[in-house]
Ligand binder design. Structure first.
Ligand SMILES: [Zn+2]
Length: 243
């Protein structure tokens, strides 16, 4: 499949707490949470930046911790704020959203809108990572490709991408709509409502942190994702570097 414009995003790129919100994370429980995978997607920003360089695609990334506000949740979602930021009152929440939520979400949306208005199709890849174990059980994938089964373009792209990944690295365990469903609430889901399937293809890339957590695995993930994407996306014809 040839696409017109590739856009990379990273919603959970860091565990940064802006100074004005540090008081919310003063407890030892909050400090421990900030050090954990709950604060961010370990390895996701590094992977997104490597892909940005290798594919010469624009990257919109945020490094504010999702324990303050989760950029991959819609307004009104119960997990938009964490137990550490839920104590903010209505006005403080509005300020927080204006400073650290809408700039990322609206920036991504207006970038896409600009391309779609000119008749181009955007392939948006949200870069995320997942923990290797949940409730003591090992997750059975290295890479997950999340899409909406109701969108034929996304379904076809992920089938091709899985094949391309396995061609590059036959031992890589690639699964679709795992460990989460692509149609669950997220930035991509919001953007699907804003743009039709002709203008917008939204995929979430989920990589196992067991892979991203050590140098060999990191290189392996990066190289297979880069090479497979390069084989599917027409870099010369399509990708805009004007980010
Ligand atoms: Zn994430």
């Amino acid at each position: 499949m040839k696409t017109q414009a590739l856009l990379l995003t990273c919603e959970h790129g860091g565990a940064r707490v802006p100074p004005e919100y540090r008081y919310l994370f003063a407890s030892s429980a909050a400090r421990a949470a900030l050090q954990s995978h709950r604060a961010r997607d370990l390895g996701a920003l590094g992977l997104a930046q490597s892909l940005q360089r290798a594919l010469r695609a624009p990257l919109h990334a945020s490094t504010v911790t999702r324990l303050l506000v989760d950029l991959n949740r819609s307004i009104g979602h119960p997990q938009l704020f964490s137990k550490f930021s839920k104590s903010l009152d209505r006005a403080e929440r509005a300020t927080l959203l204006d400073r650290h939520y809408f700039p990322h979400r609206d920036g991504v949306e207006s970038w896409i809108e600009g391309r779609v208005r000119r008749g181009r199709q955007v392939l948006h890849i949200g870069v995320h990572s997942f923990v290797p174990r949940v409730e003591g059980r090992k997750r059975k994938a290295d890479v997950g490709l999340l899409y909406d089964p109701a969108r034929a373009g996304e379904r076809a792209f992920c089938a091709q991408w899985k094949e391309a990944l396995e061609a590059v690295d036959p031992k890589l365990r690639v699964r679709r709509n795992y460990p989460y469903l692509g149609k669950s609430d997220g930035l991509v889901t919001h953007l699907r409502r804003a743009f039709g399937p002709r203008g917008y293809v939204g995929i979430e890339l989920e990589v196992n942190q067991a892979l991203l957590g050590e140098p060999h695995g990191r290189r392996r993930a990066m190289e297979s994702i880069r090479a497979s994407l390069a084989s599917l996306v027409d870099l010369n014809a399509g990708v805009q570097i004007d980010g």
